[in-house]
Write a protein that binds this ligand. Structure first.
Ligand code: ATP
Length: 364
């Protein structure tokens, strides 16, 4: 149990449509992450699943049952918020026990469930303390404990790690992955952080402006982004995009003219679209980590204006003619380069992505 389906779900606030017909199946036991930039509608979508927000149109179905008109407590879900939402005057024990007290569960059942949740979350020694005496990470674990005792079919997380510092966030990512394995429950997790999405998700839903831009496993999104939005959103630093001209198309792929160099990108262009594509502008995408110093299939001379030596990596940024965004490349940390000097870099045709004029990817 714990299967969730969204069927053409729409949300409007007044005249403003923020979720524009989202359809999606979340499988039983799956860790599904909704990711996207601020305002894309991910929290609203989660709040509709929770029942905290009315669904304007479409159906929300949990385990085969339409729940649109069901109160939040009757949906078999538990939600964990960014703000923890703990009661400061209550002990950790009472905070975790709270939903069971509301249900008027017997005392020994409450004790068993709170102790079991505390053991899973390593909070046994904290049960008598007040939230004010805990670190941010411990407080978030108390909030998760409160969700666990309800034994929900589906856990909903709304940016639960946003208030934690970077090191603690990394620790909590591991904790949540472990928790998911241990409980085997369905989890739907909202974040704007693509690293959280990539590291924890079984599958990721990338949202853009109220629409689904792509759904897939983390590496599928990285290797086969279906459009420039997903290509630019997944991966850090961001993919470089450059306008190029398509000069020929064949069974082996599309040939493009990159600064006078002919490059064949092994994409699959349907036979009936080939003639129309020749002579048109397309967008070449190449990830910064696929750029190397020295010769290769396509060579560019660039003058980096900023170099960032991070230790394990060296990042370089160079302005390109007529481009607003800097061209970015990543080298290993042992490669020391200087700014404001011309260098020759290159990339391989096999690492390139190609997008049509609407930003949709040609299949690789
Ligand atoms: P963030 O990461 O910034 O929270 P998000 O993707 O989760 O972004 P939502 O919180 O779902 O975005 O909001 C989507 C859009 O809907 C935003 O433009 C927001 O201003 C708007 N919105 C959200 N709640 C309401 C509301 N109660 N009334 C009016 N507009 C709202």
């Amino acid at each position: 149990m714990g299967q969730l389906s969204l069927k053409n779900v729409v949300k409007t606030f007044g005249d403003f449509e923020v979720v524009k017909g989202v359809s999606l199946d979340v499988h039983e036991g799956e860790f599904m992450v909704f990711v996207g930039p601020s305002g894309c509608g991910k929290s609203t979508l989660l709040r509709m699943i929770a029942g905290l927000e009315h669904t304007t149109d479409g159906d929300i179905v949990i385990d085969g049952k339409r729940v649109n008109d069901l109160a939040p407590v009757k949906r078999g879900i538990a939600m964990v918020f960014q703000s923890y939402a703990l009661y400061p005057h209550m002990s950790v024990y009472e905070n975790i026990a709270f939903p069971l007290r509301v249900e008027r569960a017997p005392e020994d059942e409450i004790r068993k469930k709170v102790e079991a949740a505390a053991a899973i979350l390593h909070l046994e020694s904290r049960l008598k303390q007040k939230p004010g005496n805990l670190s941010g990470g411990q407080r978030q674990r108390v909030a998760i404990g409160r969700a666990i005792v309800r034994e929900p079919e589906i856990f909903l997380f709304d940016e639960p790690l946003s208030n934690l510092d970077a090191a603690l966030r990394a620790d909590m990512r591991l904790e949540l992955t472990r928790l998911h394995k241990q409980l085997g429950a369905t989890m739907v997790y909202v974040t704007h952080d693509q690293v959280e999405a990539m590291t924890m998700a079984d599958r990721i839903v990338v949202l853009n402006g109220g629409y689904i831009a792509q759904v897939g496993a983390p590496l599928e999104l990285y290797h086969k982004p279906q459009n420039t939005f997903v290509a630019g959103f997944i991966g850090n630093p961001r993919m470089n995009f450059m306008p190029v001209k398509c000069v020929a198309v064949s069974d082996t792929g599309a040939e493009i003219d990159f600064n006078g160099q002919k490059l064949t990108i092994a994409v699959d262009v349907p036979a009936d679209q080939r003639t129309a594509l020749i002579g048109t502008k397309v967008t070449l995408g190449i990830r910064p980590e696929h750029i190397a110093i020295g010769p290769g299939d396509a060579v560019m001379t660039i003058r980096p204006t900023v170099i960032e030596h991070l230790g394990q990596q060296t990042l370089g940024y160079a302005a390109l003619p007529d481009r607003e965004e800097n061209f970015c490349f990543v080298l290993t940390g042992t490669q020391i380069i200087k700014d404001d000097q011309d260098i020759q870099v290159s990339f391989s045709a096999a690492d390139c992505h190609l997008f049509d004029v609407d930003g949709n990817a040609f299949e690789r």
